[in-house]
Design a protein around this ligand. Structure first.
Ligand SMILES: Cc1cc2nc3c(=O)[nH]c(=O)nc-3n(C[C@H](O)[C@H](O)[C@H](O)COP(=O)(O)O)c2cc1C
Ligand SMILES: [Fe+2]
Ligand SMILES: [Fe+2]
Length: 407
């Protein structure tokens, strides 16, 4: 691949991680992900963020660097927005080839540089608002944006072009193959990257939503003409759209999300399963879209995206050894960690003799600020009574969702 020119003197150098890998060792990436580094050339040359040291990727990066007639030794400054190893694990090998390199990063990041890679020479600590003049009209200004995604994170703004190198913020899953900018996307591809941005947000960023809101406010005064994140598509036709989309995603943690319902169900022998259709019908009859997921068949990474943007949740699980069916407990534990808060929730499920799922659900969701409808729970096989209740409760949930989203 060749480096991609964004504007005069500014290039993107994306490398793609393929779909068989798990991101952060945990999240499926059915469409892969790109790691985007950037070169800014003034009189001096700066590299913004680096890549992960995964087989073959440094070679891809070097080929892209050569495509703009640049060698590692030509790079004067390395700007590190974020220390997570998806952007830094190749640093030791890279640094060994250019030991005179000056590194610009935050104070917290400097500590991590020492502890992760034992690098402390020629590290320049920057503070919020500091700048680095590359000559030739190119000026980099640094903005501390802690916790999007780690505490040391900053963003870098190139002033002459209005390019914001936002690191993980505004990033998306999905590899880059021949299409790099939002203005090259068909409507279908646009939806694809917005969905990939949502899933990336729900998996990686969601629990830091208050910091996202704060970070966006902090950048409000900038005249941003392009957003160049460290993952996924570059937003230059309408950078405001992805900023708005992020503001909205962050707001789902504290208020209503979209007027939609996510149904997550699990069942061993089909007794709980038998209510799923009636509930879905009930919700749909009120005009509310429904997303249905079964656990453990579907990975929680995909379920999180759908749950994050839904105002209503439906949880179906039987009792298993006096508690919830375990795959559902694991899903809900992830919901707690990722701060799936402030939802309208309906729970249903079969039990054999004593029950216990409901008690555990109440206990583990205590701090999630969920508003529950009356649960539907029964012994053994459901009867016509439960099926009717399922339809009615689906409708009632949908009405609550509409009301929350309207207000
Ligand atoms: C391994 C196992 C453990 C169970 N533990 C309990 C339990 O502790 N308390 C209870 O009331 N029912 C228990 N049950 C009964 C189930 O909750 C009951 O069979 C229910 O109908 C299963 O719903 P499903 O058909 O949707 O899987 C257990 C069932 C299995 C297979
Ligand atoms: Fe990160
Ligand atoms: Fe990242």
């Amino acid at each position: 691949m060749k480096a991609v020119k964004i504007t005069e003197g500014i290039f993107c150098l994306p490398v793609n991680l393929e779909s068989y890998q798990l991101f952060e060792g945990m999240w499926p990436m059915p469409n892969g992900i790109s790691l985007n580094s950037y070169i800014v050339k003034g009189e001096k040359t700066a590299l913004i963020d680096l890549i992960e040291d995964v087989e073959g990727k440094p070679a891809d990066f070097l080929a892209e660097l050569q495509s703009i007639s640049t060698q590692i030794a030509d790079i004067d400054y390395l700007v590190l927005n974020h220390m997570e190893p998806d952007h830094t694990s190749w640093l030791p090998a890279f640094h060994a080839q250019n030991p005179g390199l000056a590194i610009y990063t935050t104070a917290k990041s400097a500590n991590l540089l020492k502890s992760f890679y034992d690098i402390e020479q020629n590290v320049h600590v920057v503070k919020d608002g500091d700048s680095l003049d590359l000559g030739g009209g190119k000026v980099l200004r640094f903005f501390e944006t802690p916790n999007i995604h780690w505490p040391e994170t900053m963003m870098t703004f190139e002033e002459s072009s209005g390019t914001l190198f936002s690191c993980d913020a505004f990033g998306s899953y999905g590899t880059l193959n021949g299409i790099y900018f939002d203005d090259q996307l068909s409507t279908e591809q646009h939806d694809f990257f917005h969905n990939e941005a949502l899933r990336y947000y729900a998996n990686i960023v969601s629990s830091f939503s208050t910091f996202v809101t704060r970070g966006i406010k902090h950048l409000a005064g900038l005249d941003i003409k392009a957003i160049a994140p460290s993952h996924g598509i570059i937003w230059r036709e309408n950078p405001g759209a992805i900023i708005k989309s992020y503001e909205r995603l962050a707001s789902y943690m504290v208020g209503p999300a979209e007027p939609e319902v996510t149904v997550i169900w699990s069942s061993m022998y089909g007794n709980t399963e038998r209510l799923v259709n009636s509930i879905v019908q009930g919700v749909r009859s009120e005009g509310i879209p429904v997303h249905v997921h079964r656990v453990p068949d579907e990975h929680v990474g995909a379920i999180l995206a759908s749950a994050w943007k839904s105002t209503g949740l439906v949880l179906g699980m039987p009792t298993y050894e006096y508690e919830m069916f375990p795959p559902m407990a694991w899903t809900l534990d992830m919901f707690r960690r990722k701060k799936i808060l402030n939802k309208k929730v309906l729970r249903f499920g079969s039990k054999g003799w004593s029950g216990g799922a409901q008690k555990e659900l109440t206990a583990i969701t205590e701090k999630l600020k969920w508003e529950f409808l009356e649960p539907i729970e029964w012994f053994g096989a459901p009867t016509e009574k439960e099926l009717q209740l399922a339809l009615e409760s689906g409708k009632a949930l949908a009405r609550q969702v509409k009301e929350a989203c309207a207000g």
